[in-house]
Ligand binder design. Structure first.
Ligand SMILES: [Zn+2]
Length: 196
C-alpha cells in the first residue's frame, strides 16, 4: 500500500487556462460511471480539487484546466482572501452537475474567475437545487439557500456549457481589472448600499 505522503506527492497542481482558450467555450461531455471509477480519473479529481485550493478559488470547473468533462469543484473557505466573510462550504466535487431548479429572484454580486483578472457584477438566482454524482458515482442533491453558494454552483456549471461569467454581466460598466476593482469598486459605499 502506498504511503499517504506518496499519494500527496503524486498530486499535481494543474495549469489554469486563460480566457480566449477554446476549451472555455466548448460544451463539456458527461462522465460515465466506468470512466469515473478509473484510477486515472480519480487522480484527475484530486488534482482539480488541489488546483482550486492552491489558487484560492471558490470553485473550479474541469474546462478551466483544459479538460472538457462535466466536473466541478466548490470550496468556500472564509479564510480565502478573494472571498472574505462568506459562509463556508466544504471542498466538494460534483460530477455531471445539473441545476434542477432555480429561484426567479436574482441578486447581483461580484464575481471573478481564475482564468481572467477581471471582476464584474453578475445577476444570479438567489437559490437553486443542484443534482449530480459524487466521485464514487452516488447521486447527490444540494439545496443551495445561501446566495453565494448558489452563485458559485451556477458559475461553475456555466463553464460546462461554455458560458463565461462576463456573458451574464448586465451592468457592463462594472467590468473591472483587479487593480481598478480594488481602487474604485471594492469599498464603494454607494454601490454597496444599492446592492442591499
Ligand atoms: Zn469560473
Amino acid at each position: 500500500m502506498p504511503l499517504a505522503r506518496d499519494i500527496i506527492a503524486a498530486m499535481a497542481i494543474l495549469k489554469v487556462i486563460r480566457l480566449g482558450h477554446p476549451a472555455l467555450r466548448t460544451k463539456s461531455k458527461e462522465v460515465d460511471r466506468k470512466e469515473l471509477s478509473t484510477k486515472f480519473f480519480q487522480k484527475f479529481l484530486d488534482d482539480l480539487a488541489k488546483t482550486c485550493v492552491k489558487n484560492s478559488g471558490a470553485g473550479i470547473a474541469a474546462p478551466q484546466v483544459g479538460k472538457n468533462k462535466r466536473v466541478i469543484v466548490v470550496h468556500v473557505d472564509p479564510k480565502n482572501p478573494r472571498y472574505p466573510n462568506k459562509k463556508p462550504f466544504p471542498l466538494t466535487i460534483v460530477v455531471n452537475p445539473k441545476v434542477l431548479k432555480k429561484s426567479k429572484i436574482t441578486k447581483e454580486d461580484w464575481e471573478g474567475d481564475l482564468s481572467v483578472g477581471i471582476r464584474a457584477l453578475v445577476p444570479r438566482s438567489k437559490t437553486c437545487i443542484v443534482t449530480g454524482l459524487d466521485r464514487l458515482g452516488k447521486p447527490v442533491t444540494y439545496r443551495l439557500d445561501y446566495g453565494f453558494h448558489a452563485r458559485v454552483f451556477q458559475h461553475e456549471i456555466d463553464h460546462l456549457n461554455g458560458i463565461f461569467f462576463i456573458d451574464r454581466v448586465k451592468r457592463k460598466e462594472t467590468l473591472s481589472e483587479l487593480k481598478e476593482w480594488k481602487r474604485y469598486w471594492k469599498n464603494k459605499k454607494m454601490l454597496r448600499s444599492r446592492l442591499k
